[in-house]
Design a protein around this ligand. Sequence first.
Ligand code: SAH
Ligand code: SF4
Ligand code: F3S
Length: 471
Amino acid sequence: MPIKQDCILDYAQTAGRRQYTRLIREHLAQKYDAPPLALVHSFGCQQNAADGEKLRGMLAEMGYGFTDSLEEADLIVYNTCAVRENAEKRVLGTVGALKHYKRQKPELLIALVGCMTQQQSIAERIKKSYPQVDIVAGADAWANLPERLYGALCLGRRSIKAADEEPDTIVENIPTRRTGWPKAWVTVMYGCNNFCSYCIVPYVRGRERSRRPEDILREVEELVGEGYRDITLLGQNVNSYDGGIRFPELLRQINDIPGDFRIRFMTSHPKDCTRELLDAMADCEKVSKHLHLPVQSGSDRILMEMNRRYTTEKYLELVAYAKEKMPELALTSDIIVGFPGETREDFEKTLELVRKVGYTALYTFLYSRRGGTKAETLPDPVPPEEKSRWFRELLEVQGKIGEDYMERQVGKTLRVLVEGPGKGEGMMTSRTDQFLIVEFPGGPELAGQFVEVEITSAKNWALMGRLAENF
Ligand code: SAH
Ligand code: SF4
Ligand code: F3S
């Protein structure tokens, strides 16, 4: 779907930025001797984490400093996730516990934003049962957040409102406070049109919309100029990116930006993952040879029920082509265990597929029923204990595959990007092109550099190594 120019909003031109940011800044300067502190916590996926960095950027402009401590915070912002019931329960539990902080510090402001609060029913529940919450805004409330914060902060006005409609805009030029150097996220598209039958994301994130390629290219150029070395392009389904050019071409253009950096991207939906994309990955030297290609299930019957629109045969064909083009490719995936109606036979097909593909890592989830989705009303006869047993079985199978893969790295010399201090004393942590963690003895001056490390041993969570001779 080509870009609709009228859905792009320039944050710099909004009243939020021009007017309310200044009013809040003045108010805070009068009220506090030192900058007040905000705690911003994002739940959920990388897209949410990337949004959290924008929230921080906006708040910094308004005069806030930052803290991770609940006791110190003058403003708490939870950027929420709705993908599974557990995610929602965690947010509500955390917010419940804040009642006590608010009693001790009545001027504390609490805001909930993001996917969970995009739902009207949740907004109503919070309005009634969580009086400690001052602001509720949906996943797409960027432009009017300053005004609502101004209302709560300066006028004592509680503002609880899920978005009236699904989000449908892209807001450009939001100041961003990144926290992951030398890694950075760049969202290339928002929303999702796929409506997999179990998934709430299309309902809370709205329809697909793509950023203009020139905005993306400019952002990546700036990041590389600032010393970022690992750029992850984000979208719920990057393969349906359409900003006038399609995703493989976008990758090629980003690859042409001068500088020594890596490009990653996620997520790729198998139904739209083309040979053209795999060719672009293989051709572009800066694009990491790591593909996150969520399969969700190894049973065609379940894939059909999930509305995934591919078969295991098509998936395995793609994997075979990708491995042929990129023998060093690392594949990772998401799998749902216990989708309504899944049988032991279906589950065994998933195990079989997992063994066939040989993933380096798997993100496994127990199915969680989501209100408003197609799968909500499907009969779900398998008891939770049985599903949990399958879940553990899958973890065990993958555990062995992952271990073998890690063992095979021992003795190799790998190029890694050093991220910062590691777990052990005097250790640094780094990532390979395939996104494996490597720890090695080294000094903090190496952070942000690419170095070569000889792998000496493997643990299940990381590889251990030492700097290669020439470093
Ligand atoms: N757009 C991405 C993933 C978004 S959500 C994609 O299509 O791959 C991340 C993962 O959460 C999904 O891949 C899926 O495995 C899992 N998930 C989504 N809804 C779920 C649900 N209702 N129950 C359990 N897992 C779910
Ligand atoms: Fe959810 Fe499917 Fe969209 Fe991924 S592609 S966000 S799983 S609906
Ligand atoms: Fe959760 Fe929203 Fe991401 S529902 S997984 S934070 S898109």
